[in-house]
Design a binder for this molecule. Sequence first.
Ligand SMILES: [Zn+2]
Length: 939
Amino acid sequence: MKYSKKIAILLFVVGCFSSAKAQNFKATDPIAINQKVKKGVLPNGMTYYIYPTEVNKNTASYYIIQNVGSILENDQQKGLAHFLEHMAFNGTKHFEGKGILNTLQKQGAVFGKNINAYTSTDETVYNLDNIPSKDGGVVDTCLLVLHDWSNFLSLTNEEIDAERGVITEEWRTRQNSGARIYNQLAPYYYNNSLYAERMPIGDMEIVKNFKYQVLKDFYKDWYRPDLQAIAIVGDINADEIEAKIKKLFADIPTPVNPKKRFEIAIPERTEPTFKLALDKEISSSNISFMIRHNAEKVTNTFAELEKSTQRSIAFSILNNRLAELTQKQECPFKGAQIGYQSYSRLNDIWILNVSPKPEKQAEAFALVMNEWVRAYKFGFSKGEIERAVTETTSRYENYLDKVNEISHQQVIGMVKSDYLNHEIIADPAAEFEMAKSILKNIDTAILQEQISKLYSQQNRVVAVTGVESEENLTQEKAFDIIQKAENDASLQPYVDTFVTKSLMDGVNLKPGKIVSEKEIKEIGATTYILSNGAKVHYKFADKNKKTVNLQAESDGGTSLYNKQDIPSAQRCTEFAMKSGLGSFTQTDLNKILKGKLVSCNTGISSKTEFLVASGNVKDIETMMQLVYLNFKHPRFDKEQFLLMKQGYLNSLKNREKDINFKMMDSLSVAVYGKDNPQIHSLSPKYIEELSPDKMKAIYEDRFSDISNFEFEIVGDVTPEILKPLLEKYIASIEGVKRKESSKYKEPKRVSNKIKKEIFIEMETPKSTVKVSYYSKEIAYSQRNKILIYFLNDILKLRYTESLREKEGGTYGAFVSALAAKEPIPAFRLEISFDCDANRVDQLLPVLYQEMDKIKKGEIVSEDIEKTRTNYFKSKADRKNFNRYSIELLNRYIKENYNMDDPKNYEDIVKSVTAKDIQDFANLFLSKAETYEIVFKPKK
Ligand SMILES: [Zn+2]
């Protein structure tokens, strides 16, 4: 949801209110432009953006942003904008056939991850992400790709024909209940305008049968420099890139008598409309009430920032109120949001969205409508406004602290707003100055005025996604609810009862000591032993500025409990977190923490209990307090237990309608059998076994032995700051002392070799194929781990070529590998794809043929080199962020493995040969337990 039409910043996270003097601004004062961006327009009309940043060293990202989309198609062209997107990767002037993929894969790029694209109604973007930028040749290649995308797609007949199947399969994969509901609602959302008929995926009859020239004409008509921008973001020299662009893109001709790029306004409508959409596979309802507006003219001024900031504050308070309501069992909805956002090129919307609990549609809608009316009629309390202002201020401060860590994708987001919507890329510091002056003048009258204006009488739509077996909201009832809420004389202002308190109120701390300190030379870390027996491993890292991460773990987990207690063990941390902390409810805790960037969560796995926390360094003390409270003062609130239980029961309702659940359930039964005592999935019996008393007891037991926990702390924090906090908040946690280890056992499968067809009723017939290999027989080693990933990534390349491109049989095959040391050493490889049910017999053998080739040693050497290069590049990329240091410390402590030592990674990757992969494939695939499950539509 986009509340703010200006500030990208508001979309990111979370201080204290700076009391520095605010300047005075006039409404017409322009927002200052960010000088880091180099922007220009070539003589042929193409716009370019260059943004140098070292956030990810030695890499750059290349984008072409086209002001075209499916809205420009005529009735005979439905689906061609998206078809062209696929053709961008199937041959251009300088890159024949799969030349773009091939060339960039050799630089370590991965299709779908580093090389991607999307097409929507009004914009089309193709991109290359995080490509090595220090080799001038590679930079030139990437620019040449952008150049070819602009005007030089080959569009050969053979490649066009080959892609028809892939797109039909993409349609099949995407054609779920959500898509079918959207098709029913779109005419109402868009008031029967062209938008309702221009879903980018298009019409499959056209996709299968269009004449070649129709596609070529569409390309020529719309894909031209006056409707295109390119953007290069990354570790590059802006002047050099600009010179290259001017030279390389000069040969793209200026369009002569170009077609006018039209824009569609959704027609106005006086009478409100209503639509109830139904689908057999929908398991829970949803209600949207929206009011369309003409999009506001972008001015890039102080007045505009003021308006968007005020709206953003008002809606965030309102949404907090709605979230607060969900904390009560009797609340008729699971969740609800209200906001204002841009909708299409020429329209914005005010939108109220509710997810009702089963059979509660009318009550849910009525309650949310009341909150909306209460907000604009009576406004907001001083406390609510103060907290929202603090939060906004601290988001700005945090953004400015980390301004050099803005990702390539975030920059591209701003570029797109600039090119497509004319919202300038603002200078964040200058924008913050304006924001300060706006924030200091906010009061409830201003906020009420801002949001009331959005609630107009015309262009209203209520769209309901119903459930076939429920009593669904009717038009009459919906309109009646709206009318009653608007005229409810009994409505009272919101009462804010919250009084700010300190997090540690009433807590009596007895600080402990650090009793010993030892350096871990190999990885530049330190281990502290605390007086209560806890171990803390610490490593300084400042690749991400001013952030700190903490994790703590102890052996044990749910494996220590009886079968009937396992549901309580699995859900006890969720119960505690929903209940709040210490003397505070979750709602109060959120209010106390407003403006601070901290999080702290606990969990229990089958083998361990753990705690994960993170925060801004300036909020590190708050983070440590949360850690202390999670150990010593968890909260267990019976009301929250009942709410949780109700939520689980509701999620089971109508679950049989959802085909994804049906597949998951039937897969589990096929592999592990019915009622396997080691499988604990959500069921009425599971929910019945949950006990709040047991959950409390288990939580307290799991977190009672602090001496069994090892802490790992990584971040931009010095020992001088950290050590006193450790003594105060961690060494002070008193606990029992005991020796404990996990008793985890793998669930038993019904057989080592499972092969099964499962028939499922479905609205859009398709097959889903799932094949899995699993082995506990292979020794866990760094080398074997690397080898299974080679096998995985080579298969991915093979399946893209065979199953997708050659057969046109699927939109894509997923391949995933796992090599785990915990909870038991094991290797796993899984492959799955969707396809036409009639083609399974043709496609499944292809899946196995590719494996057999590897087993026989028929491995394409380029595949090995592409994979190897990707591993070196990915590792270098990861080192640009703190998460690398977190993993480094963790693996050293847990596995005594030093990621920085080339012997453990680079040397192995370098040495892997085709023979190694072949041998590993033979060993692993022959020892593995397997299943092959094919889901088919029930006739
Ligand atoms: Zn596609």
